[in-house]
Design a binder for this molecule. Structure first.
Ligand SMILES: Cc1cc2nc3c(=O)[nH]c(=O)nc-3n(C[C@H](O)[C@H](O)[C@H](O)COP(=O)(O)OP(=O)(O)OC[C@H]3O[C@@H](n4cnc5c(N)ncnc54)[C@H](O)[C@@H]3O)c2cc1C
Length: 637
């Protein structure tokens, strides 16, 4: 089977406009006859559900949380990119497009990325109109700061709470449609499976997390906006409820999973403190605008930072990458931090940390200016670490943060399954092998506010509304399977907790499929995961019952899926015999330890097809064609 990305023809800059014109339309009177399921209420799902309802479609919206506005997107701190060029510093649609393709190590589709850059400005206008309180200059214009991988300032922000403010904007738009009766909201529901019948996605099966009841919901199209799968590593900066279940269950029903091995490890997180920690905390990339990263020059130097004189410090990012300095992209900054710690220059109790120092910025701009920019982040750091970053440099270390892989989608954001659309972090679309900072919020909102509302009409125009309902036999079969799986989990009655298995899986993933990978390690990991999965189904203990609020049961289902999905990640990593962005295979690196791509053999999207639990997954390749940018060795020097 060849994957058709349905990229429109014509010059890059005209593709989206032409495509919008050529897409079939659903007339306003007919839109209300269609019903669309949107799973997830983060920035992608919230914006999509609100926009579709605003257009006139009937929408059913689902989320795990008690309210849509507690989706993981609320955690986003640093900002959202747009090529408005308000700073007059040389930004443009083309520059944002180029930075994103290069930042992703030339493993993303040109046409998708260009469209993303084109609509980026609309997102800011939309959010301002909703009342999102972006930071402003003294004269009232919107302020910008810089993020990694760019030499212009294009990041719009609301202090260190950008995600929260954007989500409140999307939530108000959603609430308006809930009140208007166009969106039916189903909070506290977990999608357990996708219903595919007659070759089309027609609905979902969910568990009501309060009553335990298994419910069936049908629609004319299903839109998954269920976020990323970083929690496969157990420790990550993601919200505790972030998971892979919806995407993985859709994968098992036929949707291809693309590039699962591309994981983003964020360089500026609070280091791990102990074995029983369950969460890691991000210190926003925006801090690298003013913070300087350094380690002692001498390996094993345990003096406190203020006793180490300037001449005995290595500002290794500034030294190695003079053009981008501390604002190199995340994959580059993370690998360099690891390199410094590997040679013994790490600091702090575990020696797995580097300094992020604001002393120069405070001297230059004054404490008040720094507090205005980063006050809440400094406070958060002090609460967790009990150290005052105004006085002592922060200690940071890379941690799992974002996943570039996701369900494969074409230019219309539709998966290879007709009627199944995938948005936001849950799809693989725009970031290639490494996402630039502040580009996830841009992509989620581009997908939800400005792409899907057009493309879904092109699909629905060829579908008879209400053709399939929950009385279709497929709904009963799939609901029964979901119920049986729950009973099986509850009946094992073993000795080990779900978290215990999850922690062990996370360590395997981190050690062998984390910041650096190699072939022998990946093969070992596949064996270890298979063994662990076998033990899980023999020895896990899941207390409580199915017909009640039961968080152990919820977690058990998610971890069971991670235990299968982790293996797919390792297989994908093993297949990709090159290094690119967030996939660093130690066997492929330049003399300066940078990722070494193999464009001749691996310039493709790896899309995996599930072929049965006992069979190896099938690899489909979507070749990546670059007509507008030249593939080069990425350099930030
Ligand atoms: C700490 C942190 C800071 C970040 N800061 C930034 C930043 O400054 N700028 C930036 O661009 N990006 C940032 N990111 C990344 C960005 O926040 C995410 O990529 C983005 O918010 C994902 O949005 P989403 O809508 O795709 O998914 P999410 O916000 O993860 O939402 C997923 C939704 O799906 C629902 N869901 C999941 N599974 C199921 C299921 N089985 N059934 C029903 N519902 C389900 C959840 O309940 C939720 O509503 C940050 C990430 C982290 C972790």
């Amino acid at each position: 089977m060849s994957l058709d990305a349905k990229i429109p023809g014509g010059p890059l800059a005209d593709k989206w406009d032409r495509h919008k014109f050529e897409l079939k339309l659903v007339n306003p009177a007919n839109k209300r006859k269609y019903n669309i399921i949107v799973v997830g209420t983060g920035l992608a799902g919230g914006s999509a559900a609100a926009s579709l309802a605003e257009l006139g479609y009937d929408v059913q919206s689902f989320c795990i949380q008690d309210t849509p506005r507690r989706a993981h997107s609320i955690a986003a701190q640093g900002g959202i990119n747009a090529s408005k060029n308000y700073q007059n510093d040389g930004d443009s649609t083309w520059r944002l497009f180029y930075d994103t393709v290069k930042g992703g190590d030339f493993r993303a589709r040109e046409a998708n990325v260009y469209r993303l850059a084109q609509v980026s400005g609309n997102i800011i206008d939309q959010c301002v109109a909703q009342g999102v309180p972006f930071a402003r200059e003294y004269g009232g214009t919107l302020a910008n700061r810089s993020f990694g991988g760019a030499q212009v300032s294009r990041t719009f922000y609301a202090r260190g709470q950008t995600g929260q403010q954007l989500l409140l904007g999307a939530y108000s738009a959603l609430s308006r449609q809930i009140a208007a009766g166009k969106v039916t909201m189903y909070p506290r529901r977990e999608m357990l499976d996708l219903v595919v019948t007659g070759g089309k996605a027609r609905g979902i099966v969910v568990r009501n997390l309060i009553t335990g009841q298994i419910e069936k919901h049908a629609a004319d199209a299903v839109v998954l906006c269920t976020g990323g799968y970083g929690n496969v590593f157990f420790l990550s900066t993601n919200a505790m409820a972030s998971n892979v279940t919806a995407a993985f269950r859709a994968h098992k029903r036929g949707a291809f999973f693309a590039n699962p091995c591309y994981t983003q490890i964020h360089p500026t997180c609070i280091p791990v403190h102990g074995t029983y920690q369950s969460k890691l905390t991000l210190m926003s990339e925006s801090l690298r605008n003013d913070g300087r990263v350094w380690v002692p020059k001498e390996a094993g130097d345990t003096r406190p930072p203020h006793q180490i004189p300037e001449s005995e410090r290595s500002y290794y990012l500034e030294e190695k990458y003079p053009s981008f300095g501390n604002l190199v992209p995340r994959d580059v900054a993370s690998r360099n931090a690891k390199e410094q710690c590997d040679v013994g220059r790490g600091v702090g109790e575990t020696a797995l940390a580097v300094y992020l120092d604001f002393a120069d910025a405070i001297k230059r701009d004054g404490r008040d200016v720094i507090a205005k920019k980063y006050g809440n982040l400094f406070e958060m750091y002090e609460k967790i670490v009990a150290d005052d970053p105004y006085e002592t440099p922060m200690m940071i270390y890379p941690a799992v943060h974002y996943t570039m892989g996701g369900l494969w989608v074409d230019y219309n954001l539709m998966s290879n399954l007709d009627g199944l659309f995938v948005l936001g972090e849950a799809n693989f679309s725009d970031h290639g092998a490494n996402r630039l900072g502040a580009s996830a919020l841009m992509q989620g909102l581009a997908d939800g506010y400005f792409v899907l509302p057009y493309t879904i009409g092109g699909y629905l125009a060829g579908v008879t509304p209400g053709e399939v309902g929950t009385n279709d036999a497929a709904f009963d079969t799939i609901a029964t399977e979901a119920g049986d799986r729950i009973e099986k989990l509850l009946s094992i009655g073993g000795k080990r907790t779900v978290d215990d298995f999850h922690r062990q899986l996370g360590l395997i993933m981190w050690d062998y499929c984390g910041m650096a990978r190699n072939n022998a390690g990946l093969e070992k990991a596949i064996g270890l995961i298979q063994e662990l999965r076998g033990e899980f189904w023999q020895d896990v203990t899941v207390p409580g019952s199915a017909g009640d609020f039961n968080q152990s049961l919820e977690r058990a289902g998610r971890v069971a899926d991670f235990l299968e999905f982790g293996e797919l990640m390792c297989k994908d990593a093993l297949n990709r015999q090159e290094s690119c962005g967030g996939h660093f295979n130690e066997e492929y690196q330049t003399e300066e330890n940078e990722a070494l791509r193999d464009d001749e053999n691996f310039c493709y999207v790896a899309a995996w097809e599930h072929t049965g639990d006992e069979n190896a997954p099938n690899l489909h390749k979507e070749p990546l064609v670059f007509e507008n940018v030249k593939l080069t060795q990425r350099s930030y020097k």
